[in-house]
Design a protein around this ligand. Structure first.
Ligand code: DON
Length: 318
């Protein structure tokens, strides 16, 4: 069933009240200031058409959404095997910035690249020797996916840098275990830079589409990263992408997704065969933004909107 803008606008109206179930990220002052009432969605279709509804003309920082993208970028450069020597692919059941799983399983490696310990490790592995080179490499990888350059939100970067006490502590643990390819301060710098990159809903939806199509860009007809890397990325998104709510998200939405504390969610709906109608349902890239996040760190209204959308259009892969 084709998706119409009218249906999407109706869903936005129905889900907007769920913003009261969350609050903007209070631990990063620049994110705390975001308007908690916003709710927008952008869906990128494989023929290049875009469906926008609600507060869709917004830009926001990637935050933890960047973690799956740096993982893909480092794997594409050095191969999956090399990266998976440093980070595992297991969910933790702890909050995203917890030190507990890493500390009690030593000697070991971070459980997955989507918790902060794993993400800081992966950021330090980005190609290049200096943080500037690593940042350039990462943004040029993103530029290949969306076809336009991206920039940092300086205010968010500064705000995070000043309040990154727990991440600094995590980075010292990682350094002690020889997992960082940079000094602590440089590893934090590149991690916070990648979290502070500003993106529009439309560009994020394009990235979601490429992940849904296993690294292949159906609009430009180009394979941009390996299928096997996309497969592992989707597994990570399903099992760990929504943190401690990943199980519920898989049950009620059922598509690979990654959230960030700025209130963005990147979702990839893979194409699927519908045996009942003998039809191939196309894949979609979906980006939602609503900055009021719940206790797990996921956009409250964004999650509810995706739940309704998945139910109506039968997006679940399970
Ligand atoms: O490490 C942090 O605190 C943030 N820069 C990113 C965390 C984040 O987005 C977790 N998301 N749900």
């Amino acid at each position: 069933m084709p998706i119409s803008i009218e249906q999407l606008e109706k869903m936005i109206t129905e889900n907007r009240s769920h913003t009261v179930l969350g609050n903007t990220a209070q631990y990063i002052p620049a994110l705390a200031k975001q308007d908690p009432n916003l709710l927008g969605i952008s869906i990128m279709c494989p023929n290049g058409s875009l469906l926008n509804a609600g507060d869709s003309q917004v830009s926001f920082t990637l935050q933890s959404i960047s973690k799956i993208l740096s993982f893909i970028s480092v794997c594409q450069e050095y191969g999956l095997e090399y990266v998976l020597e440093k980070v595992d692919v297991e969910p933790t059941g702890e909050s995203f910035n917890s030190i507990i799983p890493f500390e009690i399983h030593r000697p070991g490696k971070p459980f997955n690249p989507l918790i902060n310990a794993g993400a800081i490790t992966v950021s330090s592995m980005l190609p290049g020797t200096t943080t500037d080179e690593k940042y350039e490499q990462f943004t040029s990888f993103l530029q290949k996916l969306i076809g336009a350059p991206l920039a940092i939100d300086e205010e968010v970067y500064q705000s995070e840098w000043r309040t990154a006490h727990r991440n600094r502590a995590l980075a010292y643990y990682l350094k002690e275990s020889n997992l960082l390819e940079l000094d602590v301060e440089d590893a934090l710098d590149i991690y916070i830079r990648q979290c502070s990159i500003k993106i529009s809903l439309q560009d994020l939806a394009k990235i979601g589409l490429i992940i849904a199509y296993n690294g292949y860009d159906p609009i430009e007809n180009k394979q941009l990263f390996d299928k096997e890397i996309a497969r592992i990325a989707k597994v990570l998104m399903v099992t760990c992408g929504m943190y401690n709510a990943s199980g519920k998200f898989a049950a009620y939405v059922g598509v690979p997704a990654k959230s960030g504390v700025s209130g963005g969610i990147l979702a990839s709906v893979p194409p699927k065969w519908l045996p009942e109608t003998h039809e191939l349902q196309p894949g979609y890239g979906i980006a939602v933004y609503s900055p009021a996040i719940d206790a797990s760190g996921n956009s409250a209204a964004g999650t509810m909107l995706l739940k309704q959308l998945s139910k109506v259009f039968d997006f679940s892969i399970f």
